[in-house]
Design a protein around this ligand. Structure first.
Ligand code: ADP
Length: 584
């Protein structure tokens, strides 16, 4: 084992002279006699290792011994990850006193005493490769596949698989033989280095399926694709948390991973207290049963923040390999980038814009590219959909982290302060936001088949109406209500119908909070019907008054069970209202 001695300490960056070979990203431990501090090699220059310490380096002395472990930062992958609260180094925060680790303290990621009911999938004689399914256990209520470890290279023959019974994660559940007839034993737990993507799949096509979220401003206007990527920049109080909760509860995902990265400590405490309270609309049970939280707060050393996003992504890829749909939410990736900046500055590297590392864009792009929709070796599919939030200082969307994220992510959900101030929730700005998946012919075809032949044209029209409505509203503001033709008012109010009926959605109403795609289609057709109707009005005040009534009827529809008697009643009244004012 390579060892070394500390020759320099700059906050969490420690410089070590090594006595043997050391790899980039290798894990090492500083042994100061009392505790063992976990660290990662972030740069090698000859025999000098620059290591980032995942703990406070307070009291550390020059000359202290360091042991290198010969592997990178790894996570334990196996049953028992669901419902856990981990930190970035996969310490189980629930088994610790208080939610913060003491220095040098570590905890077991997975319970090694718990017994799991194992059912074999593979049979003796099967030829398998990394990621292939050997058996299954039930984790909470999700099927959890036990796979050929991702580190196994080449082909293996199944020599034996354990029979149906209960086992711990340490028991051998299969024996495989490699091409040279060497035997390899497989348990239910395997390790994987977090900085490397898990690629045990056959193919990763561009995302082409709609990921329904039930949130109209996303699904109808700027759809997310299954296995796609998106980001949400949002000022405080703009509804970021409510939006993330809505996505977690409603998006078509089997499993949710929430990486809470280095926001203020009290916010992370909020994640721990609020998330477990959320109800799962699909099962009526707690959402936490299919959620894992990975949390780091800003009072933990910067290096630990970086680890948390990678740990979260690796766990997401692990569940994807089981054929599941995973939704990964990371809040906020800006804190992660700040951690990169601090380390880069301490190493006195040549700085890029705003002193972020020169390769910030590449690091972010690499990370986002680990999301995706995959075909597994057995023909089944799985996905990791990734939505990150950024917290640009002062709402400046031109700063490097937001800019780099913009290049990497395909969807952009801009939370607007103005909309939040006027309580137009969710405060996603319909004009600044976008989904590049709408430009993918694959997704367009999918939407055509699933929803409607002219769905994408309808979306385009909707966006145009909103844009023209905004222009009309600006004109009205400048010239005064009386200073513009009545037509301007009509144009403005037609866009308001879309705003109130499609864009706005009450996250706290049991019915309105989630809208099926059939319902979204139905309501879109309704608002377009209003749009295409020619109305006649004498005076702008009539316009305002009339459209407020239209909006009210349609909102009542939104608050009623789809196609219920109540819903139909409001619809009937709406139709009457439209007839009333229709131009001859
Ligand atoms: P942030 O996390 O950005 O600071 P929150 O998500 O806590 O903001 O939202 C602030 C407040 O905005 C919430 O307490 C809630 O009252 C309101 N809000 C946000 N989104 C919605 C929504 N979709 N429906 C109703 N109210 C909302």
């Amino acid at each position: 084992m390579t060892k070394g001695k500390i020759t320099g300490i700059i906050a969490n960056l420690v410089i070590v002279e090594a006595d043997g070979p050391v790899q980039q990203n290798e894990i090492c431990y500083i042994q100061d006699g009392k505790s063992s501090l976990m660290s990662e090699v972030i740069k090698m220059l000859g025999t000098t290792a620059y290591i980032q310490v995942f703990e406070s380096t307070r009291g550390l002395k020059i000359g202290t011994e360091v042991e290198f472990r010969g592997h990178m930062l790894e996570v334990n992958l196996g049953p028992g990850i669901l419902s856990k609260n981990y930190d970035g180094l996969q310490n189980n925060l629930d088994t610790l006193e208080g939610i913060f680790l003491k220095r040098g303290e570590q905890s077991e990621a997975l319970d090694s005493d718990k017994k799991w009911e194992f059912k074999p999938i593979a049979k003796k004689g099967d030829v398998v490769t990394a990621g292939d399914w050997l058996g299954e256990v039930t984790e909470n209520w999700l099927p959890h596949k036990i796979m050929v470890p991702f580190k196994f290279e080449g082909q293996f023959k199944v020599k034996s698989v354990a029979k149906e019974s209960s086992y711990t994660i340490k028991d051998t559940i299969a024996t495989l033989t490699d091409e040279d007839d060497n035997e390899r034993e497989v348990t239910m737990v395997q390790k994987w280095p977090v900085k490397l993507a898990i690629t045990a799949f056959k193919e990763k096509p561009r995302p082409f399926k709609l990921l329904e979220t039930g949130i109209r401003t996303i699904d109808t206007l700027n759809p997310m694709a299954e296995g796609g990527t998106g980001f949400i920049p949002g000022p405080f109080g703009s509804g970021k948390t409510v939006l993330q909760h809505a996505l977690s509860k409603q998006a078509e995902a089997d499993m949710i991973i929430h990486a809470a990265c280095g926001e203020r400590a009290n916010e992370v405490v909020e994640v721990f207290t609020e998330f477990p309270e959320l109800e799962d609309p699909r099962t009526g049970r707690k959402l936490m049963e299919r959620t894992t939280i990975i949390a780091n707060t800003s009072n933990m050393p910067v290096a630990a923040r970086e680890a948390s996003v990678y740990t979260a992504m690796t766990i997401a890829e692990y569940y994807r390999a089981m054929g599941l749909k995973v939704l990964l939410l990371a809040d906020s990736t800006s804190r992660w980038a700040q951690a990169l900046r601090e380390m880069s500055n301490r190493m006195e590297e040549l700085p890029g814009p705003d002193a972020f590392p020169m390769d910030l864009s590449a690091i972010i792009a690499n990370f986002y590219s680990r999301a995706g929709y995959v075909y597994l070796n057995n023909g089944k599919t799985g996905s990791v959909t990734f939505i990150g939030t950024v917290s640009p200082a002062g709402g400046n969307l031109k700063e490097p982290v937001t800019e780099s994220t913009k290049k990497a992510a395909r969807c952009f959900y801009a939370l607007s302060q103005d909309r939040a101030d006027s309580k137009r929730y969710p405060a996603v700005d319909p004009i600044d936001s976008y989904s590049k998946y709408l430009e993918y012919p694959e997704l367009e075809n999918y939407l055509k088949e699933k929803i409607d032949d002219s769905w994408t044209q309808h979306i385009q029209l909707l966006k145009n109406i909103l844009l023209r409505g905004r222009e009309a509203s600006e004109q009205i503001n400048i010239l005064g209500d009386d200073g513009v033709p009545v037509d301007y008012h009509i144009r403005f109010w037609k866009s308001e119908v879309i705003d109130f009926v499609i864009l706005q959605q009450d996250a706290f109403d049991k019915i309105d909070q989630s809208s099926s795609i059939e319902r979204q289609k139905y309501m879109l057709e309704k608002v377009l019907k209003v749009y295409h109707t020619e109305f006649s009005f004498e005076h702008f005040e009539e316009v305002n008054e009339y459209f407020k009534r239209v909006i009210d009827q349609m909102r009542q529809m939104n608050y009623s069970e789809f196609e219920s008697d109540k819903f139909k009643q409001y619809e009937k009244e709406l139709e009457k209202l439209i007839e009333e004012r229709k131009a001859e």
